[in-house]
Write a protein that binds this ligand. Structure first.
Ligand code: CTP
Length: 399
């Protein structure tokens, strides 16, 4: 989250004092926090408190003829990555749902085009009221996200739902916007990606249309979640994600050499490369010349199956394979899972239009060693990568 720009909207709730702690923690994470207050929030916490903690002026009056920076809060809205409203009162939810702009915070909300996260806080009767529920439904339908209040003793003495969610819970939710979970901290990933090139002569090779996007997305998400990555990649047009230890290669044989070399120092192997199954038996030193109308007979030999080689080593690593299938998706994937002794396999149907090799999205089925199957809907590869990493993490945590 370092250098992220967050606007924290504080509305008039007794829980406003908790927002002070939220500002402190965000600033500690390197976030630039701008606080905007609703018309009455200053009754609970003085703007000066937020000003001192955030290091920036606090906007709490919509029209201030003394202030040369009038409408400054609208300018802030243009530059922010995220608007967090915590605490959000029932009244503020109503204003946001209905597009009112009668104070600094509600005006900023209307001017803001980015993602919005709301942590409500109110009396339990208000929280259960149909009007509040409808306002929340309207906001959710616009893509606004919520950190729901908790149950507990409320300021009015009643016990029930309505208490502002704990600040660490709100902070975690904010972090998830910036993908700053560090749940893979200390876990070492070896990831393969892309196609391989099996040379026939100095200018020709056998290959496949793999773009490498899936493997690169996994590498990127591992880094975002605090893990370490050695990325072994066949030839692609992609830029290696920042912070990965990048090992380029061309042929299946080279890829196999690198995997065997780096396997020992990893905890998880994610084999997403589309490794060529066949290579020319003889690599011609010179360019093969065309002989009139005559065709060419090439003798191909099988390449080493990298995952089978890994299985033979019985390395004790968590191993994930991929299966690109054009028919019998589940049966073929299950067969590969068993033969290659995998913990997880990610299967996708390459015959389906709009998904797979070159696409930014994919539709996959994740199958584990116990043969539990999870059919995921069509999703961006980055999201699939994150879901796969969640599954890997939960297997690593098993006793
Ligand atoms: N794989 C491998 N070494 C190879 C070929 C594939 O390690 N020489 C890995 C892939 O990276 C993938 C898994 O094995 O994780 C399955 O690859 P896939 O191409 O779907 O299957 P194959 O085993 O090659 O079988 P087939 O092509 O006949 O479906």
């Amino acid at each position: 989250m370092k250098n992220a720009k967050i606007v924290l909207g504080v509305s008039a709730s007794i829980a406003a004092y908790k927002a002070v702690e939220l500002v402190r923690l965000l600033v500690k994470e390197g976030v630039e926090v701008r606080v905007v207050m609703s018309a009455n929030a200053g009754q609970f916490v003085a703007p000066l408190t937020f000003e001192a903690l955030s290091g920036h002026p606090v906007y709490h009056t919509q029209f201030d003829s003394q202030n040369s920076a009038e409408m400054e809060h609208i300018r802030i809205a243009e530059n922010a990555d995220l608007l967090v409203v915590a605490p959000a009162t029932a009244s503020m939810l109503g204003k946001m749902a209905h597009g009112l702009a009668d104070d600094a915070l509600s005006s900023l909300h209307l001017a803001f085009k980015g993602p919005v996260l709301i942590a409500p806080a109110m009396n339990e009767g208000m929280w259960g009221h149909a009007a509040v529920k409808e306002n929340i439904a309207v906001l959710k339908s616009r893509g606004v996200e919520f950190v729901d209040p908790e149950s507990g003793e409320l300021a009015c003495g009643v016990i029930g739902p309505g208490r502002l969610a704990d600040i660490p819970v709100i902070l975690n939710k904010i972090k998830s916007y910036f993908n700053q979970r560090d749940d893979l901290n200390g876990i070492r990933f070896l990831i393969t990606a892309g196609p391989t090139h099996e040379a026939i002569d100095p200018v020709r090779y056998l290959s496949n249309p793999s773009s490498g996007k899936m493997g690169y997305a996994v590498a990127e998400q591992v880094k975002a979640r605090g893990g370490e990555v050695v990325l072994i990649s066949g030839p692609t047009y992609l830029k290696p994600p920042p912070g990965v230890d990048f090992k380029p290669c061309k042929s299946a044989d080279e890829m196999n050499g690198l995997v065997q070399e780096y396997l020992e120092n990893c905890d998880v192997l994610v084999m997403s490369a589309a490794v060529g199954d066949f290579a020319a038996e003889n690599l011609e030193k010179e360019k093969i010349k065309k002989q009139g109308d005559e065709g060419l007979v090439l003798k191909l030999v099988a390449t080493k199956d990298i995952l089978l080689e890994v299985a033979k080593r019985n390395s004790g690593k968590l191993v994930v394979g991929f299966a690109a299938e054009s028919q019998n998706l589940v049966e073929s994937a299950l067969e590969k899972l068993k033969i290659k002794n995998l913990d997880l396999i990610v299967a996708n149907d390459i015959s389906a239009p709009g998904i797979g090799f070159q696409s930014d999205s994919n539709q996959v089925t994740i199958i584990d060693r116990e043969e539990n199957m999870e059919n995921l809907p069509l999703k961006p590869k980055r999201e699939i990568a994150d879901l796969l990493l969640d599954r890997i993490l939960s297997r690593l945590k098993r006793p």
